[in-house]
Structure formats: structure tokens, C-alpha cells
Design a protein around this ligand. Structure first.
Ligand code: KG4
Ligand code: ZN
Length: 376
């Protein structure tokens, strides 16, 4: 079954063609990062207008790269939420229009469900190339960690009328900022560039992660919930009124003089050792919290498979720390490769395939939802 996936929940216009939920024939992403860079964050109104401009081109490119025509597509899957409402609407309306005009089946997919399927998709892709690679067996605990989300789910499958169904049980979620949002805001405060996650990841390698102790993040109530607003504020207090603030201001002024795109290495040349220590310590505190709560969720639920996904899953310290600590507890952590970690439509096509195969169909009432909880 050839599924055309469409994803427009935030600032990436994406389309992909995936065969039988597991073979990625194309995965096209038009990023708006350069458009939003000067604002230091995604501007929703601009994002939806950009999606409108690019959606047709991106879908055409995904079909061309897959060597498929629209008539060869068996079904469509589109992200219905959560995300920016204006952005989501572009994908949903486009997908609906295409599906109904072609008389093809359509399903709506939860963006977080897509991220979870990205890990399973990656695992199938890797095992196809090298069968020795371990299978990501379910049940599993999944950490979905991006600029908009930080959530833990227990992922299971069951048979319903002879058909495979995925089930997602929420275990915890952030009560304030998402982890990626904290990375982006700290980078903005320090005038390091946008998006902040990849830049901090790179700069942190040159700092001392034990230089500053931000302490453990304590949670009242559900111990599997997250909170990153406190650490973001702690960084602000470390910077405000100090030499670090003056340095950030001169970096801001320097950035205005640079006409080409500022790379992490350019930014590093403008950072003192104290700034590098600050970002390394900040990253260390966030990663420690993410890893500990996820492993604790796996222990509580008695599973040994961990699926880590979303933009922050690209983080090199997070990957290294999971590999090391999960191994020590006889667990295995699986990650998507970077192209499947950040927002993409292959993950939506793959998640959609299983819904379609189970007989799910969306009708004309399908619409976008800014808030759209996954599972119960
Ligand atoms: O999944 P994604 O593309 O979009 C959302 O659904 O939010 O994630 C984007 C987020 C941004 O906050 C970005 O700073 C973060 O992922 N990110 C990283 C890294 N690469 C991307 N955060 C930490 N380290 C990275 N290497
Ligand atoms: Zn995402």
C-alpha cells in the first residue's frame, strides 16, 4: 500500500511516500527555519502562509522522488494535530481536497503518534540493511521530546478483529515548557542563534558540564511529569546583570553584522569559556532529567524497550547518555536518524498506514486541532 503522508503542524512543510508503512520512497521537507530565524522563534501567521506557498511543490516533489503518480497512491495520511492551527489547516485541507478529488481513502494522524512511528520506521529501515540490528519490540516506553512536546507514553499493540492496533497510554508530560523550547529560549537569551537545540548541542562539547549545578528538577504529584521553566529561569538569573549578559549583547550586535548564516562554529568563536560552561551545564541538567524520568517510566511499567523521538532526540549527549544508562539497566534505547527525528511526513505516512490497514477512514468532517491529546 502506497501512502502519501502530509505534515504541516509547525514550520516544516513535509510530504512523503511510504510503502506498506515501512519503506520510505521519498521524504521531502521544506524548512522555514531561515524565515523564522530573525524572530528567534516560529511566527504562526508567517508559518501558515509559507505552508500555503509550498505545499503543492512539496507534494509534487515527494511523488517525483518516489517515482509515483497520484493515481498510484493508495491512500493519504495527514497530521490533524496538535500544532499551530493555521499551519495544520493547510495540510488538512490540502490532504482532504486531494483525497476526495481522487476518491482515495484518508486518515488523520496525531503528530505525536507520528513521532513514535518514526523510531519503528527507522528500526525497520536499519534491520532491512543489517538484520543483526535488534528489533524494537513492543511494549515500549516512548519519550517524545521536541520544541512543542515533552511526553512519555507506554506503547502497546493488540489485535482487534484480526487487525493490528497501536495503543498509547500517557505516563507523563511537561507542565510548562517543552525541552526543545527551553533549548531555544536559552539560546535566544544568550544570542547564540536559532533553533537553539543544535547550536547548544555543538557548543556544549567545548564547555564543562559540571561547572554549574542546577540541581535536580523536583516534581510534585506525578513523578513522570516534566518541568523546564525553572531551569530556564535559573539560566536567566545566572546571566542577568553579569558579564555573560554583556557578552550576549555584543554577540547580538556581531550577529547583525554577519550577512551569511551563522553556524555553531561561528557562534563559538564569539563565546567565552564561561558561556560555554553555562550551556554545557544547562544541557547536562535537561538531558539528565529526560533520561532519568524515561528510565524510571520503563522500570515502573516493566518494559525494556525505549523509543526516543522528536527534534531533541538529535541531541548527542541525550543519545550517549541513553545508550550508556539503558544498557546498564538491561534496556535498549532506539532513536530515529536525524531526518526522521525532526518533523517529517514519512512518520505520518507510516503511522497512517497502520490506521488504514485497521480499517480507519476519515470523512469530510476531518479538521485540525491545536490541542489533540494522544491516548488515554
Ligand atoms: O520535532 P521538531 O522538528 O518540531 C517540533 O515538533 O517541535 O523539534 C524541533 C526542536 C527545536 O526546539 C530544536 O531546538 C530541537 O528540536 N532540536 C534539538 C537538537 N536538534 C533539534 N535540541 C537539542 N539538541 C539537538 N541536537
Ligand atoms: Zn514534532
Amino acid at each position: 500500500m502506497l501512502v502519501l503522508g502530509i505534515e504541516t503542524s509547525c514550520d516544516e512543510t513535509a510530504a512523503a511516500v511510504v510503502a506498506d508503512g515501512e519503506r520510505v520512497l521519498s521524504n521531502v521537507v521544506a524548512s522555514q527555519v531561515l524565515t523564522h530565524e530573525k524572530y528567534g522563534g516560529v511566527v504562526p501567521e508567517i508559518a501558515s502562509r509559507e505552508h500555503l506557498k509550498k505545499i503543492s511543490l512539496v507534494v509534487d516533489e515527494a511523488l517525483t522522488q518516489a517515482g509515483a503518480t497520484l493515481s498510484q497512491i493508495d491512500a493519504l495520511a495527514v497530521t490533524e494535530g496538535p500544532g499551530l492551527i493555521g499551519s495544520l489547516l493547510v495540510g488538512v485541507v490540502y490532504g482532504k481536497g486531494l483525497a476526495f478529488s481522487l476518491c482515495k481513502p484518508l486518515v488523520g494522524v496525531n503528530h505525536l503518534e507520528g513521532h513514535i512511528h518514526a523510531v519503528l520506521l527507522e528500526n525497520k529501515r536499519a534491520r532491512e540493511a543489517n538484520p543483526v540490528i535488534r528489533e524494537a519490540e513492543l511494549p515500549a516506553v516512548s519519550l517524545v521530546v521536541s520544541g512543542g512536546h515533552t511526553s512519555l507514553f507506554l506503547v502497546r499493540t493488540h489485535q482487534e478483529g484480526g487487525r493490528l492496533r497501536f495503543q498509547y497510554q500517557p505516563l507523563g508530560r511537561t507542565r510548562d515548557d517543552a525541552a526543545g523550547e527551553a533549548f531555544d529560549k536559552v539560546a535566544k537569551l544568550l544570542a547564540l542563534g536559532y533553533p537553539g537545540g543544535p547550536i547548544i548541542d555543538r557548543l556544549a562539547r567545548f564547555g564543562n558540564a559540571s561547572a554549574l549545578d542546577f540541581g535536580r528538577i523536583k516534581m510534585r504529584g506525578n513523578p513522570l511529569d516534566f518541568s523546564f521553566s525553572g531551569i530556564k529561569t535559573a539560566v536567566l538569573y545566572r546571566v542577568r546583570g553579569t558579564a555573560l549578559a554583556t557578552e550576549a549583547e555584543s554577540r547580538r550586535a556581531w550577529r547583525k553584522t554577519v550577512t551569511t548564516r551563522v553556524t555553531a562554529d561561528d557562534a563559538r568563536s564569539q563565546c567565552s569559556a564561561a558561556t560555554l560552561d553555562l550551556v554545557a551545564s544547562f544541557q547536562n541538567a535537561v538531558v539528565t532529567d529526560l533520561v532519568e524520568r524515561t528510565l524510571s517510566a520503563a522500570e515502573t511499567t516493566g518494559v525494556s524497550t525505549i523509543l526516543v523521538t522528536g527534534g531533541v532526540a538529535c541531541n548527542s549527549l541525550l543519545r550517549a547518555r541513553f545508550a550508556e544508562t539503558a544498557n546498564a539497566r538491561a534496556m535498549t534505547a532506539f532513536f530515529p536518524s536525524p531526518d526522521l527525528s525532526t518533523d517529517n511526513a514519512a512518520m505520518i505516512a507510516s503511522a497512517g498506514y497502520y490506521k488504514l490497514a485497521a480499517g480507519e477512514r476519515a470523512g469530510l468532517p476531518l479538521t485540525a486541532h491545536a490541542t489533540f491529546p494522544l491516548g488515554q
